[in-house]
Design a protein around this ligand. Structure first.
Ligand code: URP
Ligand code: ZN
Ligand code: ZN
Length: 479
């Protein structure tokens, strides 16, 4: 398919320029003024619109088996919903059960993802440790294009990684040139506080945020950061939700550490009052971890994004419908943790970020696409509208308005955490591999068209880390 996007303004991370974009055979063939349409090309009139790299959501969980159920959104419906909102690639997670062979889990997730309609890749979670895990991490990096490993510091009794696992896995990641990532919450404290809340009679969703206060996240973020410091590992902190965790990231970055922070659209835009809703279904629909926070935390997160201390935005898209959330009707600890958003991240962040002046358009592109591509080493294949890049593109109409609702979204979930939010600025067209897959409200996707994207190790920041390591004294002497 040949597509010419004509008359728009190309917005990349580094600059915006009036230009046409020619997409041929899945990649961007030309970017320039007054390009002619080749014979038979589809022409998109992008007059008055912005032409941006498609969103990369670096944190989703399609059809995740979790807390006794399976996330309702699968790789087909989830990647289609992403495309409807301008997100052209997801990085999902392989999450082995403790003691499960890592390669078996990896192969299982690869099979599940074959029905994807957009490109995708996988972080792999390290949930246990022995020599086979050490070896499999090498196989994943060298033979399967995995360059990031996830560690859940919470979910005690299930997938929680203790300090021993963190130390072993971070060290191995450094050898391999991969990036360790963490879900930062102190799982022991969460376990204790959950019991306390339950014993006090706080059995409903209001007990959930009380059992996971910001201190619990701040402690874990700081611990992971300090472990990474000693091991000279880079670190990526997922779903940073509070001031304490942000401060730990900021402090480390100010000290020259290579720490990256992700923030969710949900944490930026929704506050913790949702847990007081008298309707169980509404409150439970918002149960995710870390929980939504107070408004002052939200403001701090925006500042983190504006200052560059947080580099990426994600959704942690992990869908559970009301009948699944009902498992925790009498005990909030049993409510499956997770909320949706892959379809709405770009429009919500544009409206509340660019529309309010908190972000420039170029910063918007950075935090929705380019930074993730760079950190996870798929740039410039992804994350830019440039010659040679994959033609994963969103044409953005800054004047279009819509009201977000579960009644009209494409996500396979019966609730939308942004329900009723009217946004100005939406995707008018989305291209995946140079094909128009979404135009003027209609999806035209092909089951299985999405490709697994290899992510090589040793992202460019590893060179800086190596130089630092070669020059450094042992950490114990330095202090
Ligand atoms: O509540 C959440 N976030 N569910 C998905 C698993 C995780 O912690 O990322
Ligand atoms: Zn998490
Ligand atoms: Zn997650």
């Amino acid at each position: 398919m040949t597509v010419l996007i004509k008359g728009g303004t190309v917005v990349n991370a580094e600059r915006s320029v009036r230009a046409d974009v020619l997409c041929q055979d899945g990649t961007i063939a030309a970017v320039g003024e007054n390009l002619d349409a080749p014979k038979g090309a589809t022409v998109i009139d992008a007059g008055g619109q912005y032409v941006m790299p498609g969103g990369i959501d670096p944190h989703t969980h399609m059809q995740l088996p979790f807390m006794g159920t399976v996330a309702s959104e699968d790789f087909y419906t989830g990647t289609a919903a992403g495309l409807a909102g301008g997100t052209t690639m997801i990085i999902d997670f392989v999450i082995p059960n403790p003691q499960q062979n890592i390669m078996d889990a990896y192969r299982q997730w690869r099979e599940w993802a074959e029905k994807s309609v957009s490109d995708y890749s996988f972080h792999v979670a390290i949930t246990w440790w022995d020599e086979s895990v050490y070896k499999d991490m090498g196989t994943l990096v060298h033979e399967h294009g995995v360059n990031s490993f996830k560690h859940f510091m919470a979910y005690k009794g299930a997938i929680m990684a203790d300090d021993e696992i963190l130390v072993n896995s971070f060290s191995r990641a450094v050898e391999l040139g991969a990036v360790p990532t963490v879900h930062a919450e102190n799982g022991e404290l969460v376990f204790r506080l959950q019991q306390e809340m339950y014993d006090k009679g706080l059995t409903g969703p209001e007990g959930h945020p009380l059992s996971r206060p910001p201190e619990v996240e701040g402690e874990a973020a700081n611990r992971a950061i300090r472990i990474a410091e000693v091991l000279r590992a880079p670190l990526y902190v997922v779903h940073t939700s509070c001031r304490q965790a942000l401060e730990a990231i900021t402090r480390a970055r100010n000290e020259g550490q290579r720490v990256f922070g992700e923030v969710l659209a949900g944490h930026l835009l929704i506050d913790d009052s949702v847990y007081q809703d008298p309707d169980f279904e509404v409150a439970a629909a918002h149960v995710m971890s870390p929980p939504f926070r107070s408004k002052d935390n939200q403001e701090a997160l925006w500042h983190g994004l504006q200052s560059g201390n947080l580099q990426t935005t994600a959704t942690d898209h992990c869908c559970f419908c009301a009948d699944q959330k009902a498992a925790g009707k009498d005990d909030f600890r049993l409510i499956p943790n997770g909320t949706a958003g892959v379809e709405n991240r770009l429009e919500a962040l544009w409206h509340h970020g660019v529309g309010t002046g908190r972000l420039t358009m170029n910063e918007f592109v950075k935090v929705t696409s380019t930074n993730a591509a760079q950190i996870f080493n798929i740039y410039p294949r992804k994350g830019t509208v440039s010659v040679g890049a994959d033609a994963d593109i969103v044409v953005w109409d800054p004047a279009a308005s819509k009201t977000i609702s579960a009644k009209t979204h494409h996500q396979n979930i019966d609730y939308n955490i942004f329900e009723g939010m009217t946004v100005t600025g939406c995707a008018s067209h989305t291209l995946s591999q140079g094909r128009v897959v979404y135009a003027d409200g209609q999806l035209d996707v092909e089951r299985g068209a999405g490709r697994y994207v290899d992510r090589p190790p040793f992202a460019p920041f590893y060179d800086a880390l190596k130089i630092q390591a070669a020059r450094a004294e042992p950490v114990a002497v330095r202090r």
